[in-house]
Design a protein around this ligand. Structure first.
Ligand code: NDP
Ligand code: MG
Length: 393
């Protein structure tokens, strides 16, 4: 065992998705507080050179790589400096090392389900950025966390905001108000939306994020996924989860309490704040983020989402209310649709249509077990992919 990990004041963290937007910002948080955090394992899909740099810098116990070729390359490059594990099993194995305190799940997509469940089984605290895991398998993941008495601390900024507002207030909660920036196309007409290019969609006005969530933010499907995420994290009915556009991204979300009080979480749009909070909860530390400058703020606007231009949100409410395998199908179809848009195969406005068509072909299964979830996920990916290939978008 490397000696640094025995210090009890230090939180030993595993970062799944260390080469991504959230993963890199988590490493910045760890850099700012070397006396509090040690990065003892990292994982990614195939970014070999960045993983190798991270291995050099953080000297972790182990690194896991999903892609088989990338695994071989990294093993050759790192020699015997640290253990290199392969595939989804290797990623799951990292989460259960005895030295680990907290697992930050920051991979993109439903691939996060197995490592999250592995971390729960190993009784590690989970800092969860990966919303697709809760959308696709929220009932199973939350039930398992309750049974194993494991804390799942949200990293997603809206859910971190709600979580912070709810400290000591959970029993007084009336409604959750999730805020949305509205994305880069919030003022576009339907015709303009149909002409959106990949480059345009990858420019977000307020946040800098990985490609998948950036497209989801532009289509507002991200907010739909977040409604389902909030339902699971806070155990609240869909009727009590509302969405508002707050275009300046100053208010990160709000809770409405039974006595008519609203508590809002405010701050700059900087993911290092919620990432750090998920690692320090219930305490706090100084953040590398800048402070909010109220003198440069002229107004905070609130608007309703226009469902006709942005159908992703209402599709997510529909899938969430249907329950069972339907949110799994919504998520899987959306993952394929977003990938197809990024690869130039479909138009931006085809994304919600593909999700809707895949959902409409699905025979709902209520109370699915994990195997059924994975079957529904695979089924939806195949159906959606076939529609893209066949030009039936
Ligand atoms: P990125 O695309 O920037 O990064 C994704 C990370 O996941 C990369 O490290 C990637 O590795 C890794 N990864 C992808 N697939 C696999 C796989 N099969 N096995 C192992 N690792 C994999 O995404 P983000 O950081 O933007 O988002 C991560 C998650 O956090 C998403 O679920 C997103 O919805 C959520 N989130 C992100 C926010 C943000 O500001 N970015 C805000 C709120 C939530 P590689 O680089 O090798 O491909
Ligand atoms: Mg969010």
């Amino acid at each position: 065992m490397k000696e640094h990990i025995e210090n009890k004041n230090i939180t030993n963290i595993v970062i799944l998705g260390s080469t991504g937007s959230i993963g890199k910002q988590a490493l910045e948080v760890a850099d700012k507080h070397p006396e509090r955090f040690r990065v003892i394992a990292i994982a990614a899909r195939d970014e070999v050179s960045l993983l190798q740099e991270q291995v050099q810098k953080y000297n972790p116990l182990a690194v896991a790589v999903f892609d088989p070729d990338a695994y071989l390359q990294l093993r050759e490059k790192t020699g015997d400096q640290c253990r290199v594990l392969a595939g989804i099993d290797g990623i799951c194995e990292l989460t259960s090392f005895p030295e680990v305190d907290t697992v930050l799940v920051a991979v993109s997509g439903a691939i996060g389900i197995k490592p999250t469940l592995a971390a729960i089984r190993a009784h590690k605290r989970i800092a969860l950025a990966n919303k697709e895991t809760l959308v696709a398998a929220g009932d199973i993941v939350m039930r398992s966390a309750r049974e194993e008495n494991v804390d799942i601390i949200p990293v997603d900024s809206e859910h971190s905001a709600v979580f912070q507002c709810l400290q000591g207030e959970t029993s007084y909660l009336k409604k959750i108000w999730l805020t949305a920036s509205g994305g880069p196309f919030r003022d576009f007409t339907s015709d303009e939306l149909a002409r959106v290019t990949v480059d345009m969609a990858l420019q977000h006005p307020n946040w800098s994020m990985g490609p998948k969530i950036t497209i989801d933010s532009a289509s507002l499907m991200n907010k739909g996924l977040e409604v389902i995420e909030a339902h699971h994290l806070f155990n609240v009915d869909y009727d009590r989860i509302k969405v508002l556009i707050q275009r300046e991204s100053i208010i990160h979300s709000m809770v409405e309490l039974v006595d008519g009080s609203f508590l809002a979480h405010m701050g700059v749009a900087d993911m290092r704040i919620p990432i750090q909070y998920a690692l320090t909860w219930p305490g706090r530390l100084e953040s590398p983020a800048r402070s909010l400058d109220f003198t440069s703020l002229t107004a905070i606007h609130f608007e309703q989402v226009d469902d006709s231009r942005f159908p992703g949100l209402s599709l997510a409410y529909e899938a969430g209310r249907a329950g069972g395998t339907m949110p799994t199908v919504l998520n899987a179809a959306n993952e394929i649709a977003v990938k197809s848009f990024l690869n130039g195969k479909i138009k931006f406005t085809d994304i919600p249509g593909l999700v809707e068509k895949t959902m409409s072909k699905h025979s709902l299964i209520l109370n699915p077990n994990l195997e059924t979830i994975f079957e529904a996920d695979n089924w939806a990916r195949e159906i959606c992919q076939a529609m893209v290939k066949g030009g039936k978008v």
